[in-house]
Design a protein around this ligand. Structure first.
Ligand code: UGA
Length: 422
């Protein structure tokens, strides 16, 4: 942005500029609706509608290509078309295109420069197809032509929801198997590797975890569920809803495992939570599994010491405040400690839990951490990034999702463990 700003990249809040644009990308938020019809599932399209009305007002002549960049429900473009057509002007026309975004947080620039594909959906009349070619030529500046896919509008809109739903489904599938692994002695990393080696399946998005977070997966799957319900396809709706239910269950299961392992109570115990962002290399906390797990632990009376390299204190407070019940909310000030390092968070703690896969958590000095923790010291790896054998050798009692529970092998902690369970 620094390279381009002021040359061919400008920012403004002046909407009059829309009147001079050849192409307008509508890239506004489409959050899950939190009120009224479709509450908790449907996408809230008020910002899209407001954009369409502004475009209709400001673009008074010539041809304008309006592109849905935001993730929208299928047939949203029909609503945009209706709004644009409600303000008729003699010398102007619009084409509406769908060009969903597939980049992921933390790798956005890499994904932008080297996308797997660019998808452009357009109306199939002459003007629509011509506009589609204009947008294709824009991307063709840096994306090989064979990776630019063109479809009809509805296919493009649905493909965005479908891609996120299928990615989320893979995570829920592997997370469901992680529970089977724990119950049988199978190892979820080995299962993922074996399954992913099948070229028909592929190796990506098979990493078991405390559940997927982020602003997109839950929102888009729920949006698909809502669409299926609206289309009177209850079986299809239920099929996709299960992806979300499995994700909620995985989070709940992790918290319950922590409580059970720590002798069925965490009340008054210090627990270090390492990671608050929904994935590494971002400070974004939207729908992060850490929020749900932290709220559940607070409900049980735990004292949380939280560290994340990127998330601000204010953001953590805000998220916990929203997630906690009224009773627990009152305890946040007292029972939540925000720490400046993983070491500080673990100092004096009964347990630590890795909830975001930050690289720095892989190479911490766990021996030094162990020495500073209460005994028996518990390690919970919700991201499968730690060497659980090494941790057990240091003296930790280790629980890793999708792996057998590893008891501490060091003598000192065996002593403590036996004392505590006696
Ligand atoms: C996701 C999609 O990957 C993008 O293609 C899409 O463009 C974007 O949503 C969007 O719709 O805007 P994002 O949410 O940024 O991107 O991040 P992901 O890398 O997909 O991760 C989502 C969540 O799944 C994270 O919490 C991550 O930790 C978790 N995850 C991912 C797993 O638990 N296991 C995996 O194997 C992969």
């Amino acid at each position: 942005m620094k390279q381009c700003r002021g040359k061919n990249l400008f920012f403004t809040t002046d909407c009059d500029i829309l009147g001079t644009a050849d192409i307008i990308f509508v890239s506004v938020n489409t959050p899950t609706k939190m009120y009224g019809v479709g509450k908790g599932r449907a996408a809230d399209l008020k910002y899209i509608e407001s954009c369409a009305r502004t475009i209709a007002e400001k673009c008074t002549n010539g041809h304008t290509i309006v592109i849905e960049k935001s993730t929208v429900p299928v047939r949203c473009s029909a609503a945009i078309r209706k709004i644009l057509n409600s303000y008729p002007k003699p010398n102007r026309s619009f084409s509406i295109l769908s060009n969903p975004e597939f980049l992921a947080e933390g790798t956005a620039i890499k994904d932008l420069f080297n996308p797997d594909r660019v998808l452009i959906g357009s109306e199939q009349d002459e003007l629509g197809l011509k506009s589609c070619e204009t947008v294709v030529s824009l991307y063709a500046n840096w994306v090989p032509r064979e990776r630019i896919l063109t479809t009809n509008l509805w296919s493009s809109e649905l493909s965005k929801l479908a891609a996120n739903a299928m990615l989320a489904q893979r995570i829920s599938s592997v997370n469901s198997l992680s529970a089977v692994c724990e119950a049988t002695g199978a190892n979820v990393d080995e299962v993922s590797r074996a399954v992913g080696a099948d070229s028909r399946l592929g190796s990506k998005f098979l990493k078991a975890s405390v559940g997927f977070g982020g602003s997109c997966f839950q929102k888009d799957v729920l949006n698909l569920v809502y669409l299926c319900e609206s289309l009177n396809l209850p079986e299809v709706a239920e099929y996709w809803h299960q992806v979300i239910k499995m994700n909620d269950w995985q989070r709940q299961r992790f918290t319950e495992k922590m409580i059970k392992t720590m002798f069925d109570t965490v009340s008054g115990k210090n627990i270090a939570l390492l990671g608050f962002a929904f994935k590494k290399d971002t400070g974004d906390t939207r729908e992060s599994s850490t929020i749900t797990i932290a709220a559940q632990l607070l409900e049980e009376g735990a004292v949380l010491k939280i560290y994340d390299p990127k998330v601000t204190l204010a953001q953590m407070k805000l998220d916990l405040d929203m997630a906690c019940s009224e009773r627990t909310r009152a305890l946040i000030e007292k029972n939540v400690v925000y720490c400046k390092s993983a070491f500080e968070a673990c100092d004096g703690a009964h347990a630590f839990a890795v909830l975001t896969e930050w690289d720095e958590f892989v190479s911490l000095d766990y021996k030094a951490i162990y020495d500073k923790m209460q005994k028996p010291a518990f390690a919970f790896d919700g991201r499968l990034i730690l060497n659980n054998k090494k941790l057990a050798d240091i003296g930790f009692d280790v629980y890793t999702i999708g792996h057998s529970h590893l008891k501490a092998t060091a003598k000192e902690s065996e002593f403590f463990f036996n004392q505590a369970t006696a």
